[in-house]
Ligand binder design. Structure first.
Ligand code: PMV
Length: 289
């Protein structure tokens, strides 16, 4: 029996633009998914296509138990975390000697297949390696980890990442003269933000800019706007949609002493708040239970 865990993620900057080869900056966060795999002769078919694909990709059968602290469909990368942790647990339990790099690549292939081609390697990279990752075109680079006081606001409005990606693609096709400069501006924000990762006051301003640009792309939602404004009013340095938008989650970067006030302001808007920070560790082996 082998138990492995992998972290969730938030997009700090560049969601949607990353689909068009622009830079995206994402960070691993504390809620984790725990996966236990046991080498049994009979396979337990999981309800999740991600888990079934992991066993198929590794060419083995076994049973699996999942314990997730990450709410699903909230834009916090739960499917990537499940996939990365499951592949790693299978790798360990069946002594398959795959490297971390192999796991990250396989997990990305699985996400792409299950999500019918609509996935960037962001979630699977962050879940595998932890910390802060810059995705740009085909390349992935770890940025120096920074401690940040973040509050996530889960709007509890369900959304669909593929639908939002498609919606932006349609908008871009019909109005390239509007959308292309917005994507360029998001790139500008992300590239500037890289130099201020250790300065939360400045970084907050870039988050606010990124949020406005995401609104122009049409991925806002009234409830997300409410949470963003509530977080800023409660003293956050900055706040923005994180991930695909249209529902899902937002993030607020806060002064340490105000993070609970920001969380309460978010909860007062009928949303769920998670006070969190960076998880510098990616996928890891847990003690067998
Ligand atoms: O909602 P999430 O966390 O899956 O983020 C989607 C981010 C997009 O840039 C819209 C798509 C992608 O795969 O990068």
């Amino acid at each position: 029996m082998a138990t492995w865990s992998a972290p969730g993620k938030v997009f700090l900057f560049g969601e949607h633009a990353v689909v068009y080869g622009k830079p995206g900056i994402a960070m691993a966060i504390k809620p984790r998914v725990f996966v236990t795999v046991r080498n049994t002769k009979r396979a337990t078919r999981a309800k999740s296509p991600y888990i079934d694909s992991c066993f198929d990709a590794m060419g083995v059968v076994g049973s699996v138990y999942i314990n997730s602290q990450i709410p699903s469909s909230s834009g916090l990368g739960s499917s990537a975390a499940v996939t990365v942790a499951t592949l790693s647990a299978i790798n360990d339990e069946f002594s398959l000697n795959r490297t971390r790099e192999d796991i990250a690549n396989m997990a990305f292939e699985i996400e792409k297949t299950v999500q019918k081609g609509r996935a960037s390697p962001t979630d699977t990279t962050v879940s595998t390696y932890g910390g802060i990752v810059l995705i740009s075109g085909g390349s992935r680079r770890r940025l120096p980890p920074q401690h940040m006081h973040l509050v996530i606001g889960d709007s509890l409005v369900s959304h669909n990442t593929s639908k939002m990606v498609e919606q932006v693609a349609e908008f871009k096709k019909k109005n390239p003269a509007i959308v292309d400069p917005v994507l360029d501006a998001i790139e500008g924000v992300s590239l500037s933000a890289i130099h201020h990762l250790n300065n939360p006051r400045e970084l907050g301003k870039f988050m606010n800019m990124n949020n406005s640009l995401l609104e122009v792309l049409g991925v806002g939602h009234p409830q997300l706007s409410r949470l963003v404004l509530a977080a800023r009013s409660a003293g956050a340095f900055g706040a923005k949609i994180t991930g695909a938008g249209g529902g899902g989650s937002m993030i607020a970067l806060c002064p340490k002493q105000l993070k609970h006030r920001v969380a309460s302001a978010i909860e007062a808007c009928d949303a769920r708040a998670i006070v969190t920070g960076i998880d510098t560790e990616g996928v890891r082996k847990e003690k067998n239970v």
